[in-house]
Every structure is written in C-alpha cells, then in structure tokens.
Design a protein around this ligand. Structure first.
Ligand SMILES: [Zn+2]
Length: 364
C-alpha cells in the first residue's frame, strides 16, 4: 500500500547569489502563471501549469515554485554538521541548477520516492516541501481504538485492548486557550502588534501540543494493532439545536479539525485505518442503555436517569459511545478489516453491542 506525505525542509542560509536566483525563479514562476513573463525553466513551466489553475489565480497571492520530480535532487550531506542534506534546484539559464543546504523536519530515507515538490517562500526564508511516496504495510487490525473529542480533555480514547480505562490527552489545551484569550483581551487596548505576537505564540504552542497528542494516539494504535474510530465533525456546522450550537461553539474554539486531520494523516503514514462515525450526542448518551435522559453533575461525571448508571467517568462514556457506534458500522461481515460501504443508521440496539466484544474488559 502506498502512502504519501510532505517533508518540510528549511533551505538554510543559501549564499547571496543563490538566494537572489531563488527569488528570481520564484518571481518568474509567479509572472509566468499570470502571463507576464516566459522566462522560466521549461520543465518548471510544465509543473506550474499542472498545479495551478490559471483562471483561479488570486492577485495578491505568492504561489510556490513547483518542481517536476525529475528536475531536482536531494543528497545527504557528508562531513558537515551545519546541515543534513543538499538539494539541487533547477533555475532557468543556470546550467545544472543550484545546490542549496536543506534541513528537513524528519529524515529523508532511501526508500522514499520523491514526487513533484515545491519551493515555498516564507517571511523567514525559503522552504522546500518535498512530496514523498513510500510503501506501508496495510494493517490487519486486531483491536479498535475509539477517540472522543471533548472540551475538558481534548481526546479521550478507549480501546478493546485496554482494561476499560480511558487514556486522556490534552487536558491542558482548553486552559492554554483560555489563558491566551485573556492575554489578548488585556493587550487589545495597548497594542495591536503585541496581540498578534501573542496569537502567533499561542498557535505555535497549540500546534505543538496537537502534534504530541496525535503522535501518542497513533503510537498506541500501532502498538495495539488497532483500527482508529473517530467522531465525525462534518455535521457540526449545520445543527440548529441547542446542543448542536454548543458543540459548534466548542468546535470553533477547540482545534478539533486540526487534531482530526493530524490523526488521520499520521495514521495513513503507518497503514492504520481510520473510520469516522457519527459523534452526534455522544456526550449526553448513556453508553450502557442508549438513553439520552442523562445528567452531567460535573463535566467529569455522568449519570443516567434511565438505567441508573451513576457517577460514571464522562470521558469514558463518550469514548465508549464512539466505540460502540463503530461496531454498527462494521456489523454485517463481522470483520473489522473491511471498511463498511454504507453508513449504518445508529439505533438504540446498536448500543447493545457489548456482547459483540465478548468478554472484553470494556464491560464495567
Ligand atoms: Zn443508561
């Protein structure tokens, strides 16, 4: 099975001449797609034509310099500690192109097949975004790991390989966001640039946390040979009920979409399958009886007025709902290895699936 990813490489300290050539080529590429200049390496013209729709060009936007995969090269740097690799970038009218030092955010391996890539201009310098294709062994899952996204803890997971205990990730994310929202508000009156500075700092911290959370979850799934089940956030935008509006507000303030994206692409890189199930009302539904007649005495606890489930761990309840819903999706052939073709409608009986898991210790 083929997987793809992008490895971002900083182009570190090119010489003045090389920097000028990169700027020239990037600016010519932008001129070329706007029909202003024709002065561009011919294979690069082809790549620009392939990846940029000329009728959809935004005037103010700087487009990257797209490179056809047979026109550039990456080589490991030897005998130097300054940088890790060299990249050869084709430049029009410069025979053999130019070699620039690059620092990738992860190692480039021999088995990586390099595809068409791009040079991107950032305020702090140039980046080479290497598109990589590589072989991964598809998973034959033995377990299911369900992820419930929430406000109090960002992600609660429970798996058929666990002992009925949830793993909680990102308990601090909401606090970080609150702290920065407060800081921004306080700074608002004083200085606009300070507000932006604080916002950028927050973005970096949150991004970092999300990378860690998603990596930990993926490592767990990998170790357990588990398929991942995620609540589907798609429907969140058009719910008009009070509950939907609440979730909508949370989705806007908590970076659920970003985390979902990270989990999905990191899973793909390892051949782990991700399926999405409806997350509708997962936090207010009783995982044991399916009733929605429930209470949350605190955000951490869960009571069911129908079956009498009392003082239950609310994060575990949500994750179990997601887990049981996934079983409904996979019912039919009874095997978790086959992706369901249609979305099963979720009925109350679907919650009665503890028996499907047999003596799994999820029963509590
Ligand atoms: Zn109940």
């Amino acid at each position: 099975m083929k997987a793809e990813k992008t490895i971002i490489c900083r182009i570190t300290e090119p010489t003045k001449r090389k920097k000028a050539l990169l700027i020239k080529e990037l600016s010519n590429a932008n001129g070329y797609i706007r029909g202003i200049t024709n002065d561009l390496y011919s294979a690069t013209k082809q790549a620009m034509d392939k990846y940029i729709q000329k009728d959809k060009i935004k005037e103010q936007h700087t487009y990257p310099l797209f490179l056809r995969n047979d026109t550039f090269r990456v080589e490991e740097a030897k005998n130097t500690k300054e940088f890790d690799y060299w990249a050869k970038i084709p430049i029009s009218n410069v025979y053999g192109g130019i070699w620039v030092p690059i620092k990738p955010h992860e190692p480039i391996k021999e088995e990586h097949e390099i595809k068409d890539s791009k040079v991107v201009w950032k305020p702090y310098g140039f980046e080479l975004h290497l598109s990589i294709s590589f072989e991964v062994k598809p998973q034959s899952p033995k377990n299911i790991l369900a992820i419930d996204l929430g406000e109090r803890v960002m992600a609660a997971t429970v798996s058929t390989a666990d002992n009925g205990n949830p793993s909680l990730y990102g308990r601090d994310v909401r606090g970080i966001r609150r702290h920065y929202a407060y800081l921004r508000k306080k700074l608002q009156e004083k200085s606009k640039s300070k507000v932006k500075e604080v916002k950028d700092k927050e973005s970096r911290i949150i991004e970092d946390r999300l990378h860690n959370i998603s990596r930990e979850i993926i490592e767990k799934a990998d170790k357990q040979d588990a398929l991942i089940v995620l609540g589907d956030l798609k429907g969140l935008g058009n719910k008009d009920t009070g509950k939907g509006a609440r979730i909508n507000r949370i989705a806007n303030t908590m970076p659920f979409h970003k985390l979902t994206k990270m989990i999905t692409y990191k899973a793909k890189e390892r051949g782990i399958r991700v399926i999405k199930v409806s997350e509708r009302l997962s936090s207010v539904t009783c995982h044991r009886c399916g009733s929605e007649n429930t209470d949350r005495p605190t955000q951490a606890r869960f009571d069911c007025n129908t079956c009498g489930l009392k003082n239950y761990n609310a994060d575990l309840n949500g994750a179990k709902n997601i887990l049981y819903r996934s079983l409904a999706y996979m019912a039919g052939d009874g095997a978790v290895v086959n992706q369901p073709k249609t979305k099963a409608s979720i009925t109350k009986q679907d919650y009665d699936t503890e028996k499907v898991l047999g003596n799994s210790s999820l029963n509590s």
